[in-house]
Design a protein around this ligand. Structure first.
Ligand SMILES: [Zn+2]
Length: 347
């Protein structure tokens, strides 16, 4: 008698998202998230990005800007410089009045030679206002980047971008003005066990896509799914049975990014909720734990506050950044302070 056969196919755990800070922990904020086996990346914040190669910049599809203090947005000019003359569309997101600010940057250059180009560069810019209301505008190279207002909307539950494989959400944080935190969540992986399909007398086919879609949508167990048998006949089976018998479900990756937030009760709640159970949280830790007043005055977190927020959110790993240059000679101490708060259970 044989034991339970091993699954024929189990998806290897290969992370899709590869995040890295563009600069060191003292440099301008910008987090480059490269996608495995796709010529695509997204950016959280747009500080100085000169160290990215043109090849890396050309992969960027979406840029999420926390706020437009110069150290978070100066990289727009370099992005523009690399992309002009290329066929490319980039979506940009930021807090109001972000559209006016992008428009002003584009208006600062002379575009009288656009007719000589066959290429089209498009920026689709969404700004997030009070109550998560959104406005969107488009700027096309062929029109000398004249503003074209598109339909507005609302980022319900903070959701800015939804695709089958991922979702990006934002949280409104208090800084000097509004600042946004971001989270990139990969969709759940639904892995089909081929041997289990065969044991049920079923065959693979397009019905599996419908099954996966029903699982992603979180439909109830009694939802009928039309399956296909070996003999090509069809019948309905309940979703709950198929979910427990022929698939395994693996949670997707999550990366959270929080910067320029002051330590207030409202921000604490918003950050913990945004970053909950992230694989990695990149978080502002501008000041040492002894400089609490200074951090509050400048609208930033201390190392201990950052570590504590990461612990409360139950993240797997914390990566502090945006260290103030005053600590240039004690980077290791700053990191140690974050980790101490992350690992210890102080109130
Ligand atoms: Zn900043």
């Amino acid at each position: 008698m044989e034991g339970t056969p091993l699954p024929v196919y189990v998806r290897p755990m290969r992370p899709k998202f590869h995040p890295s800070l563009v600069n060191d922990r003292f440099g301008d904020p910008a987090l480059y998230i490269d996608f495995l086996q796709e010529r695509r990346a997204i950016l959280f914040d747009l500080g100085d990005i000169h160290t990215l190669s043109p090849r890396q910049i050309l992969r960027v599809s979406d840029v999420f800007v926390s706020h437009t203090h110069i150290d978070h947005f100066i990289g727009f000019d370099h992005l523009l410089r690399v992309l002009v003359g290329r066929d490319k569309e980039v979506r940009l997101y930021g807090p109001a009045p972000f559209i006016d600010q992008v428009e002003a940057k584009l208006a600062a250059y002379t575009w009288d030679l656009v007719e000589r180009f066959q290429t089209e560069l498009v920026f689709v810019v969404t700004e997030i206002g009070a109550g998560l209301e959104t406005d969107t505008a488009r700027f096309r190279f062929s029109r000398r980047f004249a503003r074209e207002d598109l339909e507005g909307g609302r980022a319900a539950n903070g959701v800015l971008l939804v695709e089958p494989a991922l979702t990006v959400t934002c949280a409104e944080l208090e800084h000097h003005s509004t600042c946004l935190g971001f989270a990139l969540q990969e969709s759940t992986h639904v892995n089909v066990w081929k041997n289990r399909i065969q044991e049920q007398g079923l065959t693979t086919g397009p019905w599996l896509a419908a099954l996966k879609a029903a699982i992603h949508e979180g439909l109830p167990d009694d939802t009928p799914i039309t399956v296909e048998r070996d003999d090509r006949t069809r019948e309905d089976m309940p979703l709950g049975f198929l979910r427990s018998e022929i698939v395994s479900i693996e949670p997707g990756q999550k990366i959270a990014y929080v910067t320029d937030a002051v330590f207030t009760p409202a921000n604490e709640t918003a950050i913990v909720s945004l970053a909950r159970e992230a694989d990695i949280l990149f978080i502002d830790a501008a000041f040492a734990k002894a400089n609490v007043e200074l951090a509050a005055h400048h609208g930033h977190l201390t190392t201990a506050q950052a570590g504590s927020l990461a612990r409360q959110a139950g993240v797997a790993r914390v990566e502090p950044f945006h260290f103030s240059p005053r600590y240039e000679d004690c980077e290791a101490t700053m990191i140690a302070e974050v980790n101490e708060a992350f690992e210890t259970n102080e109130a």
